[in-house]
Each structure stands twice: as C-alpha cells, then as structure tokens.
Design a protein around this ligand. Structure first.
Ligand SMILES: Nc1ncnc2c1ncn2[C@@H]1O[C@H](COP(=O)(O)OP(=O)(O)OP(=O)(O)O)[C@@H](O)[C@H]1O
Length: 515
C-alpha cells in the first residue's frame, strides 16, 4: 500500500483527487449506501446534500475508514486503497471535522493541537513545539490563542480550532460535517469564506455536508445529492438552481407554505420566571437573575451564541438542573419540572442533543416514543401492565406522521441517523394535543430543509392553538421567522428584548457578540 508523503501547507502541489466508486454499505438488511460514486476534484469545494437518513454520514465514514464498505472502491490520485481507520485516512491526507467538538476542554489550544498528532512522542519539547505552532498560526487562515484552555473558547473559536487541527495535521482533503451549525450567521460566512480561500490557493479540497442551500450556492463548486442511499444527481453548482437541488433531494417537487400566525386576544401568562440563577457544571454562574414571561399563544425566542447560559436555562426548566436562586411558575403555580408537574401542566420539552438528553439509546424507536405515555391507557392497563401492541401501533402512527426513516419501530433509536433521532423525539413531544407549554432548544439542529419546514409549521400550529412556546435557538433566521418576541442572552443575562416587528438585526448581532 502506498503511504503518502504529506505535503505541507505551503507546497503548491495540488491536493489529491478522491474518487468513490460504486460504494455500498449495508447494516444487516438495511442498505444505507447503494452503489454510490462521486469524485472530489483537487482544489474544489464539493457539497454533499441529502435528506436526513440519505446516507451522507455513512458515505464519509466509509471514506474515513470508520466503516468497512460492503462493496466499492476508494481511489486516491487514481490509485485504489483500502482505508481501514481514520489514522490511515490521515496518511492519505484526508481529515474530518465533526459536528461536535472533539478537543479536550481542560487542555489549552496548544496542548490539544500537539496531542492530536498521530506521531506525538512521550517526551514533548514544548519550546520547539511552540516555535512550530506560532509559525503555523502565523500562516493559518484564522487564529486561536494557543494558551487558552479550550473550555473557555466561544463556540465559534472552538469550531475554528477543529478546522485548524486538520490544517495542522496537514490534511489536504477536508471533510466537514455541518461545520456551521454551532456558528452565528456572520461566523459561518467568515469560516466558510476563509476555507474557500484556502481551496482557491490550492492548499485544500473540501467535501462539505450541509443542509443549507445558501452555503451550497455561496461557497461550493460541485454538488453530489443522495436520496435513500442512492446517487440522486450531481453537477456544477453554478448550473443548478436551489429548486433543482431540492428536487434531486426529494425526488419530487414539494411545495412548502408558511403557516400564518393568528392573534390571541385573551392570552394569559403561562411560564413565569423570576430572578432565576443557576450554575454551570463547574460551579460558576451560568444564568444570572433572569426574568421572563411567556404568554399563551406566543413564541418567545432566546437568541445567543452557544455557551451563554441557554443550555442551563433549558435544563432548569426541563428539571435536569437545580436553580441556585429564583422562582419558576407555570399557570400561576410553583413549578420545579417534576414528571408529575410536567404532566399536570402539560409541559413538553425538546432538549438539545436528543440522543443524549431525551432518548434511551439502546431502547427501540417505539419504546422511546412511548416514554411519556407508557404508564397511561391505552398503552398501560391499570398503570401496571404495558400493552405492547398499543405501544407499537402508536409508534407506527407517529413514524408515519413525522416521516421517521427507520427500518422498523423495533430497532434501537441509536441506529437512526441524527435527523431521524430528532424526529423521533419531536414526534413524542409534539403529538400530544394537550400541550400548554413547549420548551424547545435548537429543535431543527441537523435537520434537512423539508424537516425544518415541517417542524416550524408544527411550532407555529401549536402557538396558534394557544400553546406558550419558549424557543431557544442559535439560528437567528429561525427565531426571526417564528418568534413573536426575541430576547438576547449573553453571559447568562438577558441583554436585549424586542417585539419581532421592531427587532433590529444589527443590534441583535452586536448583543449576541457581547458588545
Ligand atoms: N451504525 C448503524 N447501524 C444501523 N443502521 C445505521 C447505522 N448508521 C446509519 N444507519 C442507517 O443508515 C441510513 C443512513 O444514515 P446516515 O447517518 O448515513 O444518514 P445522513 O444522510 O447522514 O442523515 P442525517 O442528515 O440525519 O445525519 C439511516 O437509515 C440510518 O438509520
């Protein structure tokens, strides 16, 4: 097998060509990837598009050597190679940046970079390493302070570090899995713009998984579209419209229409939060003296860069974290988010990272869908016996209604693609017709555009039925299109509030950035 000598960032030699030929990957009877071919041409940014569960992650995991493909070939510069591990992918100059951060929070940027190398020795000469790191940073498209512990970096800086790590490892082919999902719109444009510059300078090729058409049209040259594990189309981005790409993804034209908001004359306060304080896991303050009211039939949006207290706020309201001070009430009664109180007041929550926070990963899709109702009729008899037939038929209905792509209701929920785990939780939490208060944190994270339209519609429908909605989102566009009122959270405090009609985008951006 060829072991590539790795080019340095300053070399002018083009990155290698990467070809995937007739690749198939089966998981048991499920064909996740079916005879797919694509070429990543040197010096291009190539978008990989597809609905949730279309096979994008499976394809890149086969390239990276996480999965052994059932059939098919990988060619690097026209030579066939079997890539058995990410370490081997690295030897061919292929590196991947994941949706979630992989750096160690307690260690500094410099320590994380040095330890990410596959050839780190037991004895590290820090003086020499620092000289090299400083030289590397000086020639990098973006900078991150070497001495800051990663845990103290803002989300945007962390994401930049993940990309820098790959440049530091001298990756020439970068696979980016939804790299902008944790960034503000401004940061996303900055990061993708800088990466594109590196590509234009001939330092890199990039394979970009994204659900955002805007990113495809603004930053990529070519596109490959997958649908149900198969190649649905490909081409030069300049020659394709968004409608063309959407049609390739869906296999048909699907019209989406925005749902009109109605007005509520008799709205009542549902959620009231007074002087609420809570700490982070490390004991430092996360939210400070927050005051908030959400009325029935209203969507209040909380905007902010991740890590500014939103997660802790949602955790307090969902009963996963104890406040250190303050009061929460729902429908005028004190509320501490116990299961009994959530049931009595019909409070539903869609937390972030649903696989970790809202599912039992090894339990089946049907069991996860029944987590809120398994002890009630008709799924339970006398709250003692589970009626499995009912649980299964309820799940089948929800799978259909929420278009969850799963081979059956009986597979472990952890086998589903990220977007379909999200749909499973949404199906469970949104299907009740007795919702009073809905708390949603980044409900569309990682979802494809048709799922986003669907979820947005469901949230507005709930609001129109009189549900009070607290929508915490890092996606400003989402907040601006759904919320009635927007509040900006920065360093655990509310620093801006406005009715959506009067909201000023520039001010919101500045407040989010802490100015
Ligand atoms: N380890 C696994 N075991 C069983 N099935 C799997 C496994 N990984 C993925 N799948 C299935 O393969 C199919 C493709 O999933 P994949 O994660 O590649 O989709 P995706 O296009 O990346 O979706 P998303 O946009 O939601 O991340 C899905 O039906 C998924 O349930």
């Amino acid at each position: 097998m060829k072991t590539a000598t790795l080019p340095t960032q300053t070399q002018t030699q083009a990155p290698p060509e990467l070809q995937v030929i007739n690749m198939t990957k089966r998981f048991g009877s499920l064909v996740a990837l079916d005879n797919v071919s694509m070429t990543l041409r040197p010096g291009t940014v190539h978008a990989l598009l597809g609905e949730n569960g279309a096979g994008k992650s499976t394809l890149v995991k086969c390239i990276m050597g996480f999965y052994a493909p059932t059939a098919g070939k990988i060619l690097v510069d026209q030579q066939e190679h079997t890539i058995k591990s990410p370490k081997q992918a690295h030897e061919f100059g292929i590196g991947m940046v994941y949706q979630h951060f992989t750096s160690v929070p307690a260690m500094t940027v410099a320590e994380n970079l040095v330890l990410s190398r596959y050839n780190t020795t037991n004895l590290i000469n820090w003086k020499a390493e620092y000289d090299e790191l400083n030289a590397f940073m000086a020639s990098s498209p973006f900078r991150v302070d070497l001495d800051t512990p990663v845990g103290q970096l803002a989300a945007g800086q962390k994401q930049k570090l993940e990309i820098l790590k790959q440049l530091y490892l001298k990756s020439r082919i970068l696979i980016l899995d939804e790299p902008t999902s944790v960034l503000t719109p401004g940061e996303a444009d900055e990061v993708l713009g800088l990466i594109r510059q590196e590509v234009k300078l001939g330092h890199l090729s990039v394979l970009l998984i994204t659900h955002k058409f805007r990113e495809v049209t603004a930053f990529t040259d070519e596109v490959t579209v997958l649908r149900k594990g198969q190649l649905a189309g490909s081409g030069q981005v300049k020659q394709l419209s968004i409608a063309d790409m959407a049609q390739m993804m869906l296999g048909e034209e699907r019209q989406t229409k925005a749902i009109e908001k109605n007005t509520h004359a008799d709205s009542q306060p549902v959620l009231q939060v007074k002087n609420l304080c809570a700490n982070r896991d490390n004991g430092l303050p996360a939210i400070r003296q927050i005051n908030l009211t959400v009325q029935s039939g209203e969507i209040v949006g909380i905007a902010g860069v991740s890590g500014n207290g939103q997660r802790e706020l949602v955790e307090v309201l969902a009963g996963q974290r104890s406040p250190t001070a303050g009061q929460v009430s729902v429908n005028g009664e004190p509320y501490s988010a116990t299961r009994v109180e959530m049931d009595r007041h019909c409070v539903f929550a869609l937390p972030e990272e649903p696989l970790r926070n809202a599912c039992v990963p090894h339990m089946s899709v049907a069991e996860n869908m029944a987590l809120r109702t398994f002890d009630k009729a008709p799924q339970s008899r006398w709250s003692l016996f589970l009626v499995l037939k009912q649980i299964r038929s309820m799940a089948e209905g929800l799978i259909q209604a929420f278009s969850v792509k799963t081979p059956s209701p009986d597979v472990p929920v952890s086998n589903l693609s990220g977007g379909n785990v999200q749909r499973t939780v949404l199906a469970r939490e949104l299907s009740s017709d007795q919702i009073n208060l809905l708390i949603a944190a980044n409900p569309c994270f990682g979802l494809d555009f048709s799922a986003v339209n669907f979820i947005h519609g469901e949230i507005v429908n709930a609001r129109n039925r009189g549900v009070a909605v607290l929508l915490v989102s890092e996606d400003l566009d989402e907040l601006l299109s759904l919320a009635d009122r927007v509040i900006v959270i920065s360093e655990g405090e509310f620093v801006y509030e406005s009715a959506i009609a009067e909201a000023d985008l520039t001010t919101i951006g500045q407040k989010m950035a802490g100015h």
